[in-house]
Design a protein around this ligand. Structure first.
Ligand SMILES: Nc1nc2c(ncn2[C@@H]2O[C@H](COP(=O)(O)OP(=O)(O)OP(=O)(O)O)[C@@H](O)[C@H]2O)c(=O)[nH]1
Ligand SMILES: [Mg+2]
Length: 380
């Protein structure tokens, strides 16, 4: 593979034939993160300075907002079932109450261009958030929350709350990859590659287009069919245990399955494998693919769409090997489900971690070869 080009480079290479690749997937599946990883891998500036500042504000704001939500949610969880959720009840010590009051009185809109907290207040807020995050009742509430598909990597950011609320902090490369900034308009990048075909060097320019994954964005997917070389569909594996932001009665992986049939012959990225591994140790796949859940069925009538595989049990002897078997079975099950939606069309599947630039770089080498080869006739 050659390199990811900026827009100007693409302009310069006007002779190259462009191949359009639509990057689709439900909100929060990781499309923008793949773009960021790709740009960074090829030594380009991942994001311009303005975006670094905006992402810094966004991370701070999300930490504050979400902590407020956790505090309120701990109380409502407790009230819903006092016995079961006793671990969510926050102790009423003076220290805890003072910290909660201090957090609650800080408005979220202070993280903008015009409104900034004083340096002193920002540092205090960092300490407050770090303190509250460590409370066992907040940890219990966090573990029991309904997970929304578009959450950013909250644990990663909360662990660093003090650094993040320091006046000199700016989002690092890793933070930029792990933060969530929803795509509202259309985004695109170019990938340049060359292949050798019958001893001839063939140049190829891929134009990757991301049109956002929220439901109103999905409605426009089909309008982008024209001049399409292929579709790269991104599914977040950990979404088996998440609900949609737009509709919290809908499981996010069900939504992904329901939209996957739109384009046949798709390249599939089963993304967020790191988060999937973490989740699978705690929550079995049956929350998504069995009758005993609150979630509706994917396909009520089809037996094979119910998870009957092994669930991880840490009490097993040799539990790490046992976990690997559970993990592989779960992956295979999900892969087969998506394959079944492609009505026999050949499709390629990669298990990815979009925040891992090496992984994306390696996988993408394969993808560009695949797209290039499929379009060789056009290129020669
Ligand atoms: N840990 C981990 N986090 C990921 C991975 N891929 C994406 N994320 C995180 O998931 C969140 C959502 O990712 P995005 O790339 O913004 O999702 P998107 O598909 O572009 O979402 P829309 O723009 O709403 O369509 C971000 O906080 C990312 O950092 C992954 O493989 N591992
Ligand atoms: Mg996006």
């Amino acid at each position: 593979m050659g390199c990811v080009c900026s827009n100007e480079n693409a302009e310069r290479d006007k002779n190259l034939r462009e191949h359009k690749v639509l990057v689709l997937g439900t909100a929060g599946s990781g499309k923008s993160t793949i773009f960021k990883s790709l740009k960074e891998t090829e030594g380009k500036e991942m994001i311009e300075p303005r975006m670094i500042v905006q992402t810094t504000w966004k991370i701070r704001q999300t930490l504050l907002e979400f902590m407020k939500w956790l505090i309120k949610h701990s109380q409502s969880l407790y009230e819903t079932d006092k016995e079961k959720n006793i671990d969510c009840l926050i102790d009423e010590t003076t220290e805890i109450s003072t910290n909660i009051q201090s957090l609650m009185k800080t408005p979220e809109f202070v993280f903008t261009e015009n409104e900034e907290l004083s340096e002193e207040d920002l540092i205090t807020l960092g300490k407050t958030i770090a303190y509250l995050w460590k409370l066992p009742s907040i940890q219990a509430t966090f573990a029991k929350r309904i997970q929304f598909a578009n959450e950013m990597n909250m644990e990663y950011f909360y662990e660093r709350a003090i650094d993040i609320m320091h006046p000199k902090y700016f989002a690092t490369k890793e933070d930029l990859l792990k933060a969530r900034v929803r795509t509202t308009g259309q985004d695109f990048i170019y990938v340049f590659m060359y292949l050798f075909y019958i001893h001839k060097k063939v140049n190829c320019l891929l134009r990757l287009v991301d049109i956002g994954g929220l439901r109103h964005g999905q409605k426009t997917w089909i309008d982008h069919r024209e001049d399409l070389s292929t579709v790269l569909f991104v599914v977040a594996l950990n979404h088996y245990n998440c609900v949609l932001f737009e509709d919290n009665t809908k499981n996010a992986m069900h939504e992904a399955l329901a939209t996957f049939f739109l384009f046949l012959g798709t390249i599939l990225f089963l993304n967020k494998r790191d988060l999937f591994r973490e989740q699978l140790r705690k929550v079995p796949l049956s929350v998504c693919f069995r009758a005993v859940t609150n979630f509706e069925y994917v396909r009520n009538d089809r037996e094979e769409e119910q998870w009957k595989g092994m669930n991880y049990n840490p009490k097993e002897s040799e539990h790490e090997q046992h976990f690997e078997r559970c993990y592989n079975q779960a992956l295979e099950f999900i892969r087969n489900l998506f394959q079944s939606r492609q009505r026999g069309k050949i499709f390629s599947c990669y298990v990815t971690c979009a925040t891992d630039q090496d992984n994306i770089s390696r996988v993408f080498w394969d993808v560009t070869m695949l797209v290039g080869k499929n379009n060789l006739k056009d290129m020669l």
